[in-house]
Design a protein around this ligand. Sequence first.
Ligand SMILES: Nc1ncnc2c1ncn2[C@@H]1O[C@H](COP(=O)(O)OP(=O)(O)OP(=O)(O)O)[C@@H](O)[C@H]1O
Ligand SMILES: N[C@@H](CCO)C(=O)O
Length: 323
Amino acid sequence: MAVHTKVAFADAATLVAGYRLGTLNVLTGIDQGIENTNYRLDTSGGPVLLTLFERRTNGDDLPWLIALHDHLASRGIAVPPVLRADDGAALSTIAGKPAALFGWLEGAAIDDPTLGQCAGAGEALGRMHRALAAFALARRNPQGRDAWHDLAGRYGERLDELQPGLKAIVDTALARIEAEWPAELPHATIHADLFPDNVMAVGDSITGLIDFAFACHEVRAYDLAVTHAAWCFDADGTCLLADRSAALVDGYERAHGLLPEERAALPLLGMAASLRFLLTRAEDWFAWRDDIGVTRKDPLAFARRLRFYAAASSEDLMGPTPQ
Ligand SMILES: Nc1ncnc2c1ncn2[C@@H]1O[C@H](COP(=O)(O)OP(=O)(O)OP(=O)(O)O)[C@@H](O)[C@H]1O
Ligand SMILES: N[C@@H](CCO)C(=O)O
């Protein structure tokens, strides 16, 4: 479960009193997620989400994150609205951590996506990219190429504890990604972590996109590659699920469209996305302690995806290029 920081009921009640939410009735830690601490706050004004931003979110970036939520919400993109306290503040401190309250979204985070949810997520991603074309504030990617080099250097030989030969696989992938990185493709603010568990749905209908903690200015098509890597493989990451892939990419094409150069770069961007999650999961794996209660995620599921993308063509991922 991801409650890294315990929040006392009295502290949460004091926080709630500073908003137009009435009183706090129930405080419930949320098990899902690994990065931040989340609580559901049942208030007399209805449920809201309390997020405490933990180690991978730089506190200096939080005003930017709030501006991003405001921008998307004001353009009709279904994201949790940031609530303002009576004094207008969006950010506060609770249990020593920076925190914010967000509107509660209907539905549940997706676990095992249906084809309808894949299509809906592709469309939602495309609509979000349209809305973000007018978002001028840039944040550098905190989990981008510099971070991958740093993590690969830091864990080096230890990667071979996860799988013999993994260090060499990572080094080879990093070198290829550096050599072929499509820096000339359009850049934009992207979500950068749109896993199924960051998309809320009721049935096949998407009710919202959550968890913008890694949003950043990056190659725009990298966002589709992250989403593709997260949604379109079997559980252990060995096999591409072609019907999910087609549904996701078609949804994105309908809502936004892909340039031929973006389409051509998707295998390399899929390698990059796989490397990102392989390395951050490896970091979490080595740091894991069973008393923290956070479920550790399998880094090797992304080593398998990395192998797939390294050998794939864009037709393998998306079918023939439209003429
Ligand atoms: N606005 C919201 N409304 C309702 N439920 C939410 C909302 N935001 C988050 N949740 C619930 O909290 C869970 C954890 O949220 P989130 O994914 O943001 O956590 P995280 O630790 O930052 O995650 P990750 O490990 O994906 O980085 C979600 O799976 C969802 O069930
Ligand atoms: N979505 C990520 C966690 C956030 O970095 C993962 O599944 O590894």
